[in-house]
Design a protein around this ligand. Structure first.
Ligand SMILES: [Zn+2]
Ligand SMILES: [Zn+2]
Length: 352
């Protein structure tokens, strides 16, 4: 029997370690994918921790229903190795990106196409075994997306950082009186957001990040202005330069400081979409919220339909490549540590 290797979570809040099992045989409509690439995402770190930070010393337990060893990783692209009896045989050998935000298929949200909202979800690398491995079992062939001629690294990152950035930006498209757009937090998702925003919006795209190297990379990749949120009087300067603030803001960091910054630079009638999950708590004076008539919307992942729209944009050459770095899959823990330490610009792509 063939064997597969996984970089497994064997204990929460502890380094991953390699486990070896028999490669599963796909049943029913399942598909077995041999993994070529899996991107490393910030949310992998939260799952490894076993909790999310709710602020004020409170934590949300994220270990519920997870059995160890568990395989993290949800930005997957690979080659179809085997298919179950109810899946199309001619898929074997096809190179595909894997949509990971898979629902139960039966509930109201799933039937509406909002599988990403499903409470009994089967998210790859989050609820069921994912991509830090040689193989992954996908529940149905419909979750595989053709990506040619998009490079494999980009195809994989589109499945999380891509779809998250795309979905967040989509919630700002077609709003009235759009003059400008600000993206806060330039990690993997933020950099992808910068690439997508240039394809989705006519307005110049400004960015803000604590890291000087991230700001420099963003300017090289098409950002009009890059702000350092810690600069003295930066809010005053922004309100002046933008004549009243930004109409659209995406917070890709999602912590107390980034949201405080977002709410202070959003203009009257503006909207903030928050998709970062760094955690913590944030306070907003009611008066400021209402005086500014601001809208704040939370957003996470995306639907299969949005993944298809995004892939179509990429295949049409409308998305500029984002910074990526290929590293061996077996070094995943080392890169988790680097990402935690804030030493990573762009996306780490783990390769088999
Ligand atoms: Zn992710
Ligand atoms: Zn469901």
């Amino acid at each position: 029997m063939a064997q597969m290797r996984r970089q497994s979570l064997v204990k929460f809040d502890a380094p991953l370690c390699e486990t070896i099992i028999e490669t599963p045989k796909p049943q029913g409509s399942e598909v077995l994918v041999r993994i070529e690439r899996c991107g490393l995402c910030h949310s992998d770190l939260h799952i490894q921790d076993g909790y999310a930070d709710l602020g004020n010393g409170k934590r949300l337990d994220t270990t519920r229903g997870m059995t160890l060893p568990f395989t993290l990783g949800h930005e997957i692209a690979g080659v179809v190795d085997d298919v179950g009896p109810d899946a199309p045989k001619d898929l074997i050998g096809a190179r595909r990106a894997v949509f990971p935000w898979i629902g139960c298929g039966k509930c109201r949200d799933c039937l509406n196409g909002d599988e990403n909202l499903c409470i009994r979800n089967r998210f790859l690398g989050v609820s069921i075994d994912g991509g830090f491995a040689t193989h992954v079992l996908v529940p149905d062939a419909k979750y595989l997306l053709e990506y040619d001629p998009v490079p494999v690294d980009m195809a994989a990152t589109l499945m999380c950082s891509g779809i998250t950035a795309y979905g967040a930006l989509k919630r700002l498209v077609d709003r009235p009186r759009q003059r400008n757009l600000l993206l806060i937090g330039l990690g993997g998702v933020g950099m992808m957001g910068l690439a997508l925003a240039q394809a989705m919006f006519k307005q110049p795209v400004s960015v803000a990040d604590l890291s000087a190297s991230a700001r420099e990379t963003a300017l090289k990749n098409g950002a009009a202005v890059a702000y350092d949120p810690t600069e003295a009087d930066v809010v005053k300067r922004i309100l002046k330069e933008t004549e009243g603030g930004f109409d659209e803001v995406v917070d890709f960091a999602g912590n107390e400081k980034s949201m405080a910054f977002a709410t202070s630079v959003v203009g009257r009638g503006g909207k903030i979409v928050v998709s970062g999950l760094m955690g913590g708590n944030f306070n907003l004076p009611m008066v400021q919220w209402i005086y500014k008539r601001m809208t704040v919307e939370g957003f996470m992942t995306g639907t299969l339909e949005e993944a298809r729209e995004l892939m179509a944009l990429a295949r049409a050459g409308k998305i500029k490549p984002t910074p990526m770095q290929e590293e061996p899959m077996t070094d995943v823990q080392k890169w988790i540590d680097e990402l935690r330490a804030g030493h990573v610009v762009g996306r780490i792509m783990l390769c088999n």
